[in-house]
Design a binder for this molecule. Structure first.
Ligand SMILES: NC(=O)c1ccc[n+]([C@@H]2O[C@H](COP(=O)([O-])OP(=O)(O)OC[C@H]3O[C@@H](n4cnc5c(N)ncnc54)[C@H](O)[C@@H]3O)[C@@H](O)[C@H]2O)c1
Length: 308
C-alpha cells in the first residue's frame, strides 16, 4: 500500500514537473510587452518573466526604468539572503526581462499589457501609438482600474483584440486577475488572454465592463460606508476591529483606505457614482473633507489614523 502510494506521489510530481517544463517551454517562445514600469507595470513584468515569458518592460520615463531595475534587484537579493531563491534562479528570471524606452520593442510581441497612469487621454494616446507599431495580430490589454475598455479600444483599428486584465497590487503576490471584455472583444482574444493569465499562475474571474469591475464595486462602497460611520461618530478603531473580527478580514476597511490612499479610494467611489448615476454610490462627504485637508492616509502621515 505504502509503496503504491509513494509511486503515485512520484508519478504526480513527475507529471507536474513535466507540465511545468512544457508550460515554460511554450512561454519562452512568446514575447510579452508591458507598457509602464511603475508600481503595477514593473510587478506585472516580473510576474510574466517568472512564468518564463520573454518580457519587454517599456517606459518613456528613464528614472522609472532605473527604479524598476533597482527594485527587482533588491527584492531578489533579499530572497537569496533568506534562502528563498538562488543566484541561478535570479539570473534566469532577469534573463527573460529587458527594459526599454522605445515602443518599437513591442514588435514581435503576441501580447501587450498597458499599465500607464489612470488617465483616459494618456491611455488613448498610448493605445493609438501601440496600434500603429504592433504586429496586426498582437493583442493589447489594459490594466485600468476602472476606465472603459470599449472607449480605449475604439482608438485602435483592432478593438476585437483589446480587453481589460486587471491585476492587483502587488502583482507578483496577488493571486487574482479580473478579465474584462470590451463590447468588441472577440472570443479568440478572450480565450488566449485567459490562457495567458492561467499560465502566469493567476486565478481569473470574469468581470463586467461597468465601473469598479467586480472587486472594487463591492469593496469600495464598503470602505465608503465605513467612512460614513466615522462621520456619524463611530471610532475608526471600533469600525476596523468589528470588521476584522466579524468577517475575518486581515485589515479593517478604514486601515485599507489609509493604505491605498484616501484620494485614490474617493476617486474610485466618485467613478462608481458618476458611472452608474445612482445615489447608492454617493461618496462620503468626510472623505472629501479629508482629501481637501491633505489627510490622504499613510502616504501623507495622516488619514483615519496617524502614522510616524
Ligand atoms: N497602484 C495600484 O494599486 C493599482 C492596482 C491595479 C491597477 N492599477 C492600474 O494600473 C495602472 C498603472 O498604475 P500604477 O500604480 O502602476 O501607476 P504608476 O504611476 O506607478 O506607473 C505608471 C508608469 O507609466 C509610465 N508612463 C507614463 N506615460 C507613459 C507613456 N506614454 N508610455 C510609457 N510609459 C508611460 C510612467 O513613467 C510610470 O512609470 C493604472 O491604470 C492603475 O489604475 C493600479
Amino acid at each position: 500500500m505504502r509503496i503504491e502510494y509513494k509511486i503515485r506521489i512520484l508519478y504526480n510530481d513527475f507529471n507536474k514537473n513535466n507540465k511545468d517544463e512544457h508550460r515554460k517551454e511554450r512561454c519562452k517562445t512568446m514575447k510579452v510587452a508591458v507598457i509602464g514600469a511603475g508600481l503595477m507595470g514593473s510587478g506585472i513584468a516580473q510576474t510574466c518573466a517568472q512564468a518564463g515569458y520573454e518580457v519587454f518592460n517599456i517606459d518613456t520615463y528613464a528614472p522609472a526604468i532605473e527604479k524598476a531595475k533597482n527594485n527587482i534587484d533588491n527584492l531578489f537579493n533579499k530572497k537569496i539572503a533568506k534562502g528563498k531563491m538562488t543566484e541561478e534562479q535570479k539570473a534566469e528570471i532577469l534573463g527573460h526581462l529587458t527594459y526599454s524606452s522605445s515602443f518599437e520593442d513591442v514588435k514581435g510581441a503576441a501580447l501587450i499589457i498597458e499599465a500607464v497612469p489612470e488617465k483616459i487621454d494618456i491611455k488613448k494616446s498610448v493605445f493609438e501609438q501601440l496600434d500603429k507599431v504592433a504586429d496586426p495580430e498582437t493583442m493589447i490589454v489594459s490594466n485600468t482600474s476602472g476606465l472603459s475598455i470599449s472607449e480605449i479600444a475604439a482608438v485602435t483599428k483592432r478593438p476585437n483584440k483589446v480587453m481589460g486584465v486587471h491585476f492587483f497590487y502587488p502583482a507578483p503576490v496577488m493571486k487574482l486577475v479580473e478579465l474584462i471584455r470590451g463590447i468588441a472583444t472577440d472570443d479568440d482574444t478572450y480565450e488566449k488572454v485567459r490562457e495567458f493569465a492561467v499560465n502566469i499562475k493567476k486565478t481569473v474571474v470574469d468581470a463586467p465592463e461597468y465601473p469598479g469591475f467586480l472587486v472594487n464595486r463591492i469593496l469600495v462602497p464598503m470602505q465608503n460606508e465605513a467612512a460614513f460611520m466615522v462621520m456619524e461618530g463611530c471610532k475608526p478603531e471600533d469600525v476596523d476591529t468589528a470588521m476584522k473580527l466579524a468577517c475575518n478580514f486581515p485589515m479593517g476597511p478604514l486601515e485599507l483606505t489609509d493604505f491605498v490612499g484616501v484620494d485614490t479610494m474617493l476617486a474610485t467611489m466618485t467613478g462608481l457614482y458618476n458611472g452608474f448615476h445612482d445615489s447608492k454610490y454617493r461618496p462620503c462627504p468626510l472623505l472629501e473633507t479629508m482629501v481637501k485637508a491633505g489627510h490622504l492616509g499613510r502616504k501623507s502621515g495622516q488619514g483615519f489614523y496617524k502614522y510616524e
